[in-house]
Structures are given as structure tokens and as C-alpha cells.
Design a protein around this ligand. Structure first.
Ligand code: FES
Ligand code: FES
Length: 159
């Protein structure tokens, strides 16, 4: 076992785990942050997506020992009141079905909106291609991203 301090959602979190423990396990089992989901454990479904220094990353594939000083953002850290434009849009349009994949979907969509504040359908499809949804909510996810872009743009106009 080794000691690590990870910077997650703006706070330092100390833990003692094996160096090859996946970040996903550390989040869920060591810290009780269960918003990030375990789907495949193989980097193939996107359910475990978090941001490392703003880049969407499969947390099931990243050992804790490789995180270092990178800032980890999970779904719990997206917005203090769960009112991020994506979360507002997801509620408004009832995007989730079972919900299992949706934290990963939102984290990937969040990175997309930072890069492309008004994404086209093609940009959405490309960015979201690695996030699988067994309930096939893909059309609602696409709509939700467009709606979140509009909510974000509207918020900026008001400032
Ligand atoms: S659980 Fe990490 S990609 Fe599926
Ligand atoms: S909403 Fe069920 S897996 Fe996506």
C-alpha cells in the first residue's frame, strides 16, 4: 500500500491504496464518490468518465499512481448545486432512462461544450461516440447537449 493525495473537485483527498488501483476504485471505494460508474472496466463504455485537468478520461484505466497533481473533476464536482447547464437540460428533457451511463455522458459532453460552445450534430456525435448507452438515449443526449449550449449562452448574455 502507498499513500496518495488526490485533488478532486477542488479538495485534497488522502488515501492509502495499491499503486495500480484504478482511479475509479479509489473514487468509489476509498472516497465514497459513487456518481462515477463502473461499466466495463476496460475503457470501452465511458461510464467511468471523469476529467483530468479538464480532459475527459476513463477512470477505470488510470492507476492512482499516475494521477499526480492533475485536477480530478467528477460528476459530483461539476456544479455545487447540480445546476450545470447540462444538468438543467438533462432534467428538462428527461434525458436518462436507467441513468447508469449518464454521469459519463455528461462529463464527456461538458468537455465538448468547453471546446465547442455551440456544437453541431456532427461534433456531438464524434465527441460522444465512445460513451455507450444500453438504453439507447442517444437522440435525447444530442438534444440535451444542444439545449445545454442554449442555456449556457443565455446565462452568459445575462451577465
Ligand atoms: S468502466 Fe471505464 S470505460 Fe467502461
Ligand atoms: S440511460 Fe441506461 S445505460 Fe444509458
Amino acid at each position: 500500500m502507498s499513500k496518495y493525495t488526490l485533488h478532486i473537485n477542488g479538495k485534497a483527498h488522502a488515501m492509502e491504496v495499491e499503486p495500480d488501483t484504478p482511479l475509479l476504485w479509489a473514487l468509489r471505494d476509498s472516497l465514497g464518490m459513487v456518481g462515477t460508474k463502473y461499466g466495463c472496466g476496460l475503457g470501452q463504455c465511458g461510464a467511468c468518465t471523469v476529467h483530468l485537468d479538464g480532459t475527459p478520461t476513463r477512470s477505470c484505466l488510470v492507476p492512482v499512481s499516475a494521477v499526480g497533481k492533475q485536477k480530478v473533476t467528477t460528476i459530483e464536482g461539476l456544479d455545487a448545486h447540480a445546476r450545470h447547464p447540462l444538468q438543467q437540460a438533462w432534467q428538462e428533457l428527461d434525458v436518462p432512462q436507467c441513468g447508469y451511463c449518464q454521469a459519463g455522458q455528461i462529463m464527456t459532453a461538458c468537455a465538448l461544450l468547453k471546446q465547442h460552445p455551440k456544437p453541431t450534430d456532427a461534433q456531438i456525435d464524434e465527441a460522444m461516440a465512445g460513451n455507450l448507452c444500453r438504453c439507447a438515449t442517444y437522440m435525447r443526449i444530442r438534444k440535451g447537449i444542444h439545449r445545454a449550449a442554449a442555456i449556457a449562452a443565455n446565462g452568459k448574455d445575462k451577465k
